[in-house]
Ligand binder design. Structure first.
Ligand SMILES: [Fe+2]
Ligand SMILES: [Fe+2]
Length: 381
């Protein structure tokens, strides 16, 4: 059997995900506070206006060893077209790069979380590389499906290197996984051209590619190895393009072998998954693993019609007259108090529309009950 098909073995469905009383280490209490800011808008936070308006939607407190404070930035889902096709997305990427450059104190590094390009076109990937060159800080990259499926990652890996990777920084182990490059091959038998394949992968709700996102067995083995020498209580941050849980498979708002990844991560108490792809404010906990979805700079996706997390109130439709609405990037700060504050940098909105109850599907004290897998109902393997 193709090793990738093994990921779909029905036995994996029996893995018990949420054990009674299991939840992320509460020393890592999440406080979903809205600092937004009317206060900032009223001008009480001097200096903020120079780089835009920063709604802080989630504050993520990670308690760990006394280490020097640092910040890092996340940017993803720029979906660049060639410049002669669309300059709006170019402008927004440039804006994010300028804002990251203006961070003070500066970010120690940038994570680019995938979907740099729209259709994997080398022109698009080169354009993104050029824009990001302006950032001279350390940069690490994980791919999105829009970067990958024209040439199966060849251009991406030449430009930005291979995945997975890991590095340690000031008491945190950072891991970057490729959750987009291991779709089961549906294209060869149908004799699709690379462009046709890319077109199917670039369609959010297309039925041809199916629920393909996955880590795959070799990469899971790598992950197991990469964290085997890491103390169980030290923080681990895992970057993925797609969420490491099942949110909504028909849109690939999931990673198909997330249960097995969850098992590998289970011995660790301080694990945070930061992902792109969903283009929306999103937070969830499954067992000890917490996942935070990041904004895109390009466009906001609506919330999925069902899935985990139990759906939040639908996002107010982005203002079609304001292409900066509902999009942005994120900055994360490890503070002197040994906390990491996660801030969505959302452009456009003058009023925030989520509140602490609506911005998360996870209850504060209990894990959610998982619904039967949507993928199993829709796509019998
Ligand atoms: Fe995307
Ligand atoms: Fe994506």
């Amino acid at each position: 059997m193709d090793p990738r098909e093994a990921d779909l073995d029905p036995r994996q469905r029996d893995i018990e995900i949420t054990r009674p009383g299991e939840h992320p280490d509460r020393s890592l209490a999440i406080t979903r506070r809205m600092f937004i800011s009317k206060a900032i808008l009223a001008g009480t936070a001097a200096g903020v206006a120079s780089v835009g308006w920063f709604p802080i939607i989630n504050t993520l407190d990670l308690a760990f060893g006394q280490q020097a404070a640092f910040k890092f930035a996340w940017l993803s889902d720029t979906h660049l077209y060639p410049r002669d096709v669309n300059t709006r997305f170019v402008e927004k990427t440039v804006r994010a790069v300028h804002e990251i450059k203006a961070m003070n104190p500066p970010a120690d590094f940038l994570v680019f979380g995938g979907d740099l390009a729209q259709l994997g076109d080398p022109v698009e990937i080169d354009l993104g590389g050029d824009i990001l060159k302006e950032l001279t800080i350390k940069k690490v990259f994980i791919p999105g499906e829009h970067d990958w499926y024209l040439d199966l990652g060849a251009k991406w890996e030449r430009m930005f290197g291979k995945t997975p990777w890991s590095f340690d920084h000031k008491g945190v182990r950072f891991i970057g996984l490729n959750t987009v490059g291991f779709a089961p091959d549906y294209w060869s038998a149908k004799r699709m051209t690379p462009k046709e394949r890319m077109g199917h992968m670039a369609t959010l709700d297309g039925s041809v590619a199916g629920p393909w996102a996955g880590v795959g067995e070799p990469q899971r083995r790598w992950l197991d190895q990469a964290i085997s020498n890491w103390p169980k209580s030290q923080p681990l941050v895992v970057f993925t393009h797609t969420p490491l849980y099942e949110y909504y498979p028909p849109w690939n708002f999931w990673t198909r072998d997330w249960r097995e990844v969850n098992e590998i991560l289970r011995p660790f108490g301080n694990v945070t998954n930061i992902h792109g792809h969903t283009h929306q404010v999103l937070y969830n906990e499954v067992g000890k693993l917490r996942s935070i979805g990041m904004l895109a700079t390009s466009w906001p996706w609506p919330y999925a019609p069902q899935g985990v997390p139990a759906l939040t109130r639908a996002m107010i439709r982005a203002d079609p007259g304001d292409h900066f609405d509902g999009v942005g990037w994120a900055r994360l700060t490890e503070t002197a108090a040994a906390r990491i504050e996660h801030e969505y940098v959302m452009w456009g909105r003058k009023e925030i529309f989520a509140d602490s109850r609506e911005d998360s599907g996870a209850a504060d004290n209990v894990n959610q009950i998982l619904s039967p897998r949507i993928a199993d109902r829709m796509y019998p393997y």
